[in-house]
Design a protein around this ligand. Structure first.
Ligand code: S3P
Length: 427
């Protein structure tokens, strides 16, 4: 078991690693586009390296350049057949998005992943892509990785999304961009729109109206510049830390502030939390600085369409329930059951280890304020990067009586989490 010394506060100015979602997409679009794409400040983590390797397998070149890469490619019309199985490692985004990216390319490819990813649902992308003529076979009666993609002649379609998932939407859009004709995708709730923003900047004919995205596909995409902002989902751990550690005062610079990602700020504002945002001018993706100080706050109920805009921050919000003045309740969040771990189960396991009173629902959880400091707690990461980072925060909050079984999994999204946290620590 791993322990850490107790810290009092987190203070200072930090930058967090680059956005994982935007890095995946810049590597994928760099490979789909003709010519050179300059990717500045990409996240180099286990997840995004899986995407880079997949794009190399299709024939794209990644030439190291200052603070990033130049991706050189002949474009999607010239994708080569991968000579081996593509391993998506722990990355759901890689697996779901490249299923759509490869399906119309006329090549045979097989995708697999690690123990966690091979348990996560793939039917959600297989179904809409099949409606567009894709041919694929997958394990466990067509639901799980490994998944084979067979050459197919795909056609445009009007797709009604059944899952509130940016991965599913993006998978359809990456296929549709390559298929001659008009495809529309209507999502059940607005999810992150990085794919739409980026497809446009690579020259796709794409527009959005309400919850429907329309793309006129089949035109070549052109290489461009892609600068990756800091990851709001990584910044969120420091927003949370400021609220957990008394006396904290944190400024996080260069953070992506796309409103389809910042649902945590909406939720916290509804809990009475005060913070300052300073938006930069003229950026492709909204970005800026976040300033937050320690303060007391109430709880509340978070549900409905907002859930899609803070999906990766829900475990953090649940942990914050221990430090609020009243319970935090999260509902309509079934999707948490199929993330890197079952995040309702893994969050509640750790919260009850810490002595918090909790309730479990099929679609969420309710957490009551912590009545006394935990006596002893043995936390588990469930090999889930976000649960591992929350466990590290708890170890530092309560000192050596709290331990965690494993923290290597932070490499998936935030390899230098412990270093950045250390920069801010006041003992
Ligand atoms: C992601 C979308 C989300 C999120 C994941 C990254 C993306 O998944 O949980 O970490 O980059 O599109 P879903 O869209 O399936 O909820």
């Amino acid at each position: 078991m791993i322990t850490f010394g107790k810290i009092k506060s987190v203070k200072g100015e930090i930058t967090v690693p680059a956005d994982k979602s935007i890095t995946h997409r810049s590597f994928m679009l760099g490979a789909m586009a003709e010519g050179s794409t300059r990717v500045t400040n990409p996240l180099m983590s286990r997840d995004t390296i899986a995407t880079m390797n997949a794009m190399k397998a299709l024939g794209a070149e990644f030439i190291p350049a200052e603070n990033g890469f130049v991706v050189v490619s002949k474009g999607y019309r010239f994708f080569q057949e991968p000579s081996d199985v593509i391993n998506c490692d722990n990355s759901g985004t890689t697996a779901r998005l490249i299923t759509g990216l490869i399906a119309p390319a006329g090549v045979y490819a097989v995708l697999t992943g690690d123990d966690s990813l091979r348990k996560r649902p793939m039917k959600r992308v297989i179904k809409p892509l099949s409606l567009m003529g894709a041919r694929m076979e997958a394990a466990s009666n067509g639901t799980l990785l490994p998944l084979s993609i067979l050459p197919a002649h795909m056609h445009p379609a009007d797709i009604k999304g059944e899952t509130k998932s940016a991965q599913v939407k993006s998978s359809v859009l990456l296929a549709a961009a390559q298929i001659e004709g008009r495809t529309s995708y209507t999502e059940p709730a607005l999810t992150r729109n990085h794919s739409e923003i980026m497809l446009k900047s690579f020259g796709a004919d794409i527009s959005a109206e309400g919850n429907t995205v329309i793309i006129n596909g089949g035109r070549p995409l052109t290489g461009t510049d892609a600068a990756v902002p800091g990851d709001f989902s990584s910044a969120a751990f420091f927003i949370g830390a400021a609220l957990m550690f008394e006396g904290s005062d944190i400024t996080i610079r260069n953070v992506g502030l796309n409103s389809s990602r910042t649902g945590l700020l909406t939720a916290l504002a509804s809990f009475g939390v005060k913070f300052e945002l300073n938006y930069y001018e003229n950026t492709v993706e909204p970005m800026g600085d976040i300033h937050i100080k320690h303060q007391t706050f109430s709880g509340g109920r978070i549900d409905g369409d907002l859930i899609a805009n803070l999906i990766d921050e829900l475990p953090l919000l649940a942990f914050l329930g221990m430090f609020a003045d009243s319970p935090v309740e999260i509902r309509d969040a079934h999707e948490l059951r199929v993330k890197e771990s079952d995040r309702i189960a893994s969050t509640l396991y750790n919260l009850s280890q810490l002595g918090a009173e909790t309730e479990e629902f099929e679609d969420g959880m309710k957490i009551y304020p912590l009545k006394k400091e935990p006596a002893q707690a043995r936390l588990r990461s469930f090999f889930d990067h976000r649960i591992a980072m929350l466990s590290i925060l708890m170890c530092k909050r309560f000192g050596e009586k709290v331990s965690v079984d494993e923290i290597q999994s932070v490499d998936v999204s935030f390899p230098n989490f412990a270093d950045i946290l250390e920069q801010t620590e006041i003992k």
